[in-house]
Write a protein that binds this ligand. Structure first.
Ligand code: BG6
Ligand code: MG
Length: 221
């Protein structure tokens, strides 16, 4: 019998494609700062907190010392205002393929469901998607001190669910997120490309390939 008692989800890029909106909002800010970047660099921003993402973009352009802390806070706020504008119209139609049946499969199996998000907008997004009732506990960026790849957000979620990390599965789309899951001593399921996510225990190309039965088979191997 499997010892798995919970599945803990990342939000952006796993439940819904808000990862794309984060990309568009950062990209515009980058262009305004004369720091253009492509999707490959964007992979290094996924899962990373708002302030750390800004620092990475400024470092890319060699501009990390060009702004005071207040100016940096304003830049981060500007990006967030744009992001919030982009997510204004999201609804249950924006859930990624297969997510609802995966959540149902987990519930039917009697496992707990948690969320470990690096976003301060997590609750607003979950509510707009209409999926809050699936989650036994949600940890967002407002209550953690350390950003992914640090395991804190996953450890907090497991602890709130009353589950030991080694009895939990984490699901991520970001390299930093997979590192956080592994550092938390959980089984890491990644959605995306092998080239970025090769350190996961199991990789699927798309959310519609997520299946609890298939994951539990791999956990038992
Ligand atoms: C993560 C995203 O979930 O949240 C990152 O993958 C984003 O791209 C981070 O930067 C912080 O989000 P927010 O909404 O707090 O700016
Ligand atoms: Mg993500």
């Amino acid at each position: 019998m499997s010892t798995i008692e919970a599945v803990i989800f990342d939000l952006d890029g796993v439940i819904t494609d808000t990862a794309e909106y984060h990309y568009l909002a950062w990209k515009q800010l980058g262009e305004e700062l004369d720091i253009p970047f492509d999707r490959e660099f964007n992979e290094t921003l996924k899962g990373v907190s708002r302030t750390d993402s800004l620092e990475r973009i400024l470092a890319l352009g060699g501009r990390q010392d060009d702004f005071t802390p207040d100016e940096k806070a304003e830049l981060a706020q500007k990006k967030n205002e744009h992001y919030v504008e982009l997510i204004q119209h999201i609804s249950s139609a924006d859930l990624l393929p297969g997510i609802i049946s995966f959540l149902d499969e987990i519930k039917e199996a009697g496992l707990k469901i948690g969320m470990a998000s690096a976003s301060k907008n997590a609750f607003a997004v979950v509510d707009a998607l209409g999926v809050r009732h699936y989650f036994d506990h949600i940890v967002d960026a407002a209550t953690v001190a350390e950003s992914k790849p640090h395991p804190e957000v996953f450890l907090k979620a497991a602890s709130a669910l009353g589950v030991k990390p080694e009895h939990a599965i984490g699901v991520e789309d970001a390299a930093a997120g997979v590192t956080a899951i592994k550092a938390a001593n959980m089984f890491a399921v990644a959605v995306g490309e092998e080239s970025m996510l090769g350190h996961a225990d199991l990789i699927v190309a798309s959310t519609d390939e997520l299946s609890l039965a298939r994951i539990l088979e791999r956990v038992g191997e």
